[in-house]
Write a protein that binds this ligand. Sequence first.
Ligand code: C2E
Ligand code: CA
Ligand code: CA
Length: 783
Amino acid sequence: METIYNCLRDAHDQDLLLIAAAVCVTGVYASISLARHAGRLDEKGRRFWLMVAIVAAGSTAWATHMIGLLAFQPGMQSGFDPYLTILSLLLTVMGIGAALTVSIGTRNRGRRASSGILLGLSIALLHYLGQYAYLVTGTISWDHQLVALSLVGSLPLFSAAIVLSGERPAWLRQLAAPILVAAIALLHFSGMAAIRFAYDPRIGLPDTVLSPEMIAPIVAGVSVTLLILAFLGLRFTLAARAQAAKDRTRLKQLADLAVEGLAICQDGAIDAVNNSLAKLVGCSQQMLKGQAIASLLPDTQLDSLSEEKELDGELVASDGSRVPVRLLRRTVKIGKSEHVVIAIRDQRERLRAEHKMRILAHTDSLTGLSNRLQFTQTLSSRCETAEMTGEQFALLLLDLDRFKFVNDTFGHSMGDELLKRVAQRVRACSKASTFVARLGGDEFAVVVDAANAETAAENFTDLLSRPYLIDGTVIDIAASVGIALCPDHGNDLSTLSRNADLALYAAKSTGGSVHRLFDRSMSERAHARRQLELDLRRALVREEFDVYYQPQVDPSDGSFQGAEALVRWIHAERGIVSPADFIPLAEETGLISQLGEWVLRAACEEAKAWPSHLTVAVNLSPVQLRDQALAGRVMQILQETGLPPTRLELEITETALLQDETMTYNTLHALRAIGIRISMDDFGTGYSSLSYLRRFPFNKIKIDQSFVRHVPEDRESVAIIQAVTSLASKLNMTVTVEGVETPEQRAFTVNEGCNQIQGYLISRPINAASIRKIFQEPLRSVA
Ligand code: C2E
Ligand code: CA
Ligand code: CA
């Protein structure tokens, strides 16, 4: 070390050494800045400027070396061999070119380290070849230890400098240049110190030698060129920086326009954020700059964020609150460096909207109660918990009685208002925690403790059947309740609902306004009903039906006026089944349309064979009357069978009129228009609304058999028959009394001026052959 230092101090011109250092620094800067500039350009420009950078690097090494040699004062005359000097310059440029080619564009440290060794070897070659080209008037000897030191000491430094120049952190990269200068200096000066000169007057310089005075301008020229290149490099660097700053500003302006929060990060630290993100976090853009992005998104592994898929996370705002966000990561290049842009979208609004939608999807919009969807989910989960905890609960199904009547009579808005009031009452008589749902139409569900089930059901039937006052109208309805217990009557949604439904059905069929607890017989009955339905369908296909006829006579003289057609089911096992047992089921299942048409056709065909003054009366179900095509179908059957319309009577009950009044009205008028007669059947059992008699085109009133049963003793029955008879005659209608079983009853009807009677006294319903026989007999006295 001391030798090197002494050599530096004693054997060198200090001013020239400073110039050498300056040229070295300038040249290194020129090479690096030009190489960077090349990196920013496209393929063609890059190759050119890379060449320039390599030549500059070679020239720097050469010029530094040459100035170093010029600064050296061997104490005798010296000079340079021109060929070897030029060769050393060329080899250096090539060596450095090769070294840079190995390292350029790679982050691989092994390759960069080898590139550094290659660079060191080129410069060592330059040095020792240059040394060889240095001629003096004397002999030259070498200190081999120092030569070895110059190589062993500097090569690792070269290697380190090139490795560092490719590292990511800026401060490591900045270490590269000083280490490179140190490597060159170490190589050069230890190399210089290794030479020993001994003056020998016998040795002269060859003629071709270039004296230091001649070489100096060339070296100066190269140095000035390097200075110019350094300026050029500086300009390029400044321009690139300005461009990057401009890009960054433009990016920031663009980012501020975005609704989404954006954070531009580098190495995990926030470089910049846009307005939206600053607002979301709740502090200024300036304050966020430099913070670790992980402090905003502590639970998110940002490195694992994919570039394509969005990820849900939580942002910690400045007040410590957590904001649900959706994240997307993008890598962008700003200038030469890579940045990560993280897009942060506030999810609060979306989640709120989703929450609202979820609530809406589970709520009945009319009453605000839970809807069927929520009912299914709640009941399923209640069944599951009950299974685990052993808890018992009851499912109550509520159904309003006569709601359909209110809806049809007063209109749908009244119906809706009524449903709202019912919902309010159900809520009011339940605990806040009780689950209440509207399942649709006029059906509600309530889930209560098993122990309270019957009391609650009683409360509901009582409270719901109290009158409602809506828009000045008093409305009277009632409610029926079916109860099923979990787990006794089922421990899953479908069994429990089905059994509660069966209990409700049982409650309804007892006339409503009551509650029923499910029992096994209900499902047996339901099963029997299903069996009956299957049988009924089969019977329709096989035509297992027959029509019986019950004669209708004038009570005063017993003369036949016609007969009522009454259907019978001839069951293979059960024998003759009464219509009372299967008509309701046929109506429920819709099979009545087919059956009714079949009866009508059979009756018309049969009546054709009767004496021409006799009529046939056929019963029409309300379900048939609801069919718009009914009138057309009746006419077609009349046409096909050839029965004159005037010989057909259709019997309808009041319930049929309650449905769609306008349509019923039109149908009845169409039938009347072609001469068919219309009878009101079972008068006195339903609402017996006198307005119906006025509004609809009836020809006949059939007083229900329950009235004649108690005459002449029961004064009320007598009064009703008298009133109806007098009303009918005023309305131009005839009166038939059904169910006349005794001569006294018949005498009474004669007395009251009734036009027609029908009953066991005259005949039970009989089959077609029998009625034909009766009708062919001469006038029969039934006294
Ligand atoms: P309805 O129209 O009131 O028919 C009269 C019912 O009273 C018949 O019962 C008849 O057998 C019975 N009856 C007649 N005279 C007497 C009597 O003196 N004393 C008693 N105790 N009963 C008497 P049936 O045939 O069992 O019919 C029951 C109901 O089934 C009918 O009542 C009618 O509403 C319905 N129905 C019968 N056939 C048809 C049909 O073809 N279509 C439709 N839609 N319903 C029908
Ligand atoms: Ca009838
Ligand atoms: Ca009747």
